[in-house]
Design a protein around this ligand. Structure first.
Ligand code: G3I
Length: 457
């Protein structure tokens, strides 16, 4: 049996196990909280983004700008995710390294990628004690720090106005441990307790349509001091009309901070205050079925809470994770989908997945050129580790878009004219690749087309 066959049958076995796991977690959710979560409706979504969208949610990832030149990184990103958070390049030290000097050049590459791919953006993060330049840390005057905070929030939010769905306005303002106290940051020391709400008022003024979030970690288990402290702050803000719309749960899990059994209860309690909840930096240390089970549980917790609008994992591949040694993500270092990937996909109601289609070939899309009324797209088809004698895939445009020209392939169309099937009988050697291209008349809609799976024979 070939390696590819072994991998595919291994994945099928994993899938069967995951279905059982998901069912078990669903039962847990029902008994624990009286909630019935809809896991696994029969649908054919084969990517995380599409499966989440079918559940009315987004599925995003943190992106490191430097990795966008790596074809497998970008292919996996573009195929699986429909929301992006900049892992580092939107932080204060990157955007305003010295007083009044703003540099958006790297950050804009993230925004441009999201725009080209029709993905949403999460803004991370406006005010945080870490990755903060020393010139800010050294400010001792309240008037000066207040003006500096206002200038940073306003300049950054206005730069991206209308492009960012949600902003982490304030990040990690509470201490770890059992004190429930505010973290001793320069903002807390110099401005006192009011600095957090001041930041939210400034943010609302800068982009009134963005969803404004408070974002933190170790806020997952309901009864801990930190969770309670954040909850009390949000409750207070809501009762006094401070403009907070959302709470971000970073969701970095490991054996010291395991996924709580009743995670959906924490999420629901916050949501009941009248805010959206989002899982903003999800990663879970571990491997195999145990990691997959925890990922399924977290996904199910989000699905169980109507106000949980989306999940972002903190990176595309284990090899570039901020804690790579924990292998905490959904794709391994070679971009192979892990058991955890299938667990999430199936919990979202999707199936198949992994970008493989039938496992023998994969397809990736990129926009190559754009004019005032149209854009060109290119689809790259890659064979797996065996030769294939034919391949096909679909490209679906969003009406009123129209495909006006194609090259390097023989297209056929469905009755609506929106779904183009591209087929080739010339085959590919093991590991070989080819591409085809097309022009889309935008007619006002610049969303990237939806790429189907690759099917080979
Ligand atoms: O870019 C420099 C490189 O030039 C230099 O050679 C190298 C040497 O150390 O450092 C590189 O910068 C590193 C940067 O990541 C980019 O890789 C920084 O040292 C390193 O501190 C930084 O770590 C980031 C960390 O935030 C900083 O606090 C992680 O990538 C990033 O994943 C992590 O993300 C945070 C969220 O923003 C907030 N929640 C927690 C989460 C995980 O810590």
């Amino acid at each position: 049996m070939s390696t590819a066959h072994q991998r595919r049958s291994g994945l099928r076995r994993a899938g069967t196990r995951i279905r059982k796991v998901v069912a078990a977690v669903a039962v847990g959710a029902v008994t624990a909280g009286g909630l019935v979560a809809a896991a696994g409706t029969a649908s054919a979504q084969t990517t995380l983004g599409d499966a989440a969208a079918a559940q009315g949610r987004y599925f995003g990832t943190a992106v490191a700008v430097d990795r966008l030149g790596e074809p497998d990184y970008t292919a996996t990103l573009n195929r699986e995710f429909n929301s992006i958070t900049a892992e580092n390049s939107w932080k204060w030290e990157s955007l305003q390294p010295s007083p009044g000097y703003f540099d958006f050049s790297t950050a804009d590459r993230i925004a441009e990628h999201a725009r080209q791919q029709g993905m949403e953006l999460r803004g991370h993060t406006l005010v945080w004690h870490s990755q903060l330049p020393s010139w800010v840390e050294n400010i001792g005057s309240a008037d000066e720090l207040r003006a500096v905070m206002r200038n940073h929030i306003t300049t950054v939010m206005e730069h991206y106005k209308g492009q960012v769905r949600s902003w982490d306005v304030v990040n990690e303002a509470f201490e770890d441990g059992n004190s429930g106290a505010r973290r001793n940051s320069v903002f807390q020391r110099v401005l006192g307790d009011s600095w957090i709400e001041e930041a939210f008022w400034i943010a609302r003024e800068a982009d009134p349509n963005a969803t404004l979030c408070y974002n933190d970690y170790n806020t997952d288990a309901w009864n801990t001091a930190k969770t309670q402290a954040v909850y009390n702050m949000v409750a207070d803000f809501v009762s006094r009309g401070v403009p907070i719309d959302c709470v971000g749960f970073q969701a970095h899990f490991n054996s010291g901070n395991p996924v709580p059994e009743n995670y959906h209860i924490t999420l629901q309690n916050f949501a009941d205050l009248g805010v959206e909840v989002q899982l903003t930096e999800l990663d879970i240390a571990g491997s195999g079925a145990s990691q997959a089970e925890q990922y399924a549980g977290v996904t199910l917790a989000c699905l169980a809470v109507p106000q949980c609008t989306g999940i972002t994992v903190w990176g595309v591949t284990d090899k570039y994770s901020w804690r790579a040694e924990d292998t905490p993500l959904l794709f391994d270092g070679n971009y192979n989908p892990k058991q955890a990937y299938y667990a999430v996909l199936e919990t979202l109601g999707g199936s198949g997945g992994g970008g493989g289609g039938d496992g023998a070939c994969t397809v990736t899309y990129e926009e190559t050129e754009r004019w005032g009324d149209r854009f060109n797209g290119r689809v790259t088809v890659r064979a797996g580790d065996e030769a294939i004698s034919s391949w096909s895939t679909t490209v679906t445009v969003h009406p009123p878009q129209r495909i006006s020209a194609t090259w390097n392939g023989d297209p056929s169309w469905d009755a609506s004219g929106n779904v183009m099937t591209m087929r080739s009988n010339s085959g590919l050697p093991a590991g070989g690749q080819t591409s085809f291209g097309f022009t889309v008349m935008a007619n006002g809609n610049w969303t990237a087309p939806i790429l189907g799976s690759c099917v080979a024979s």
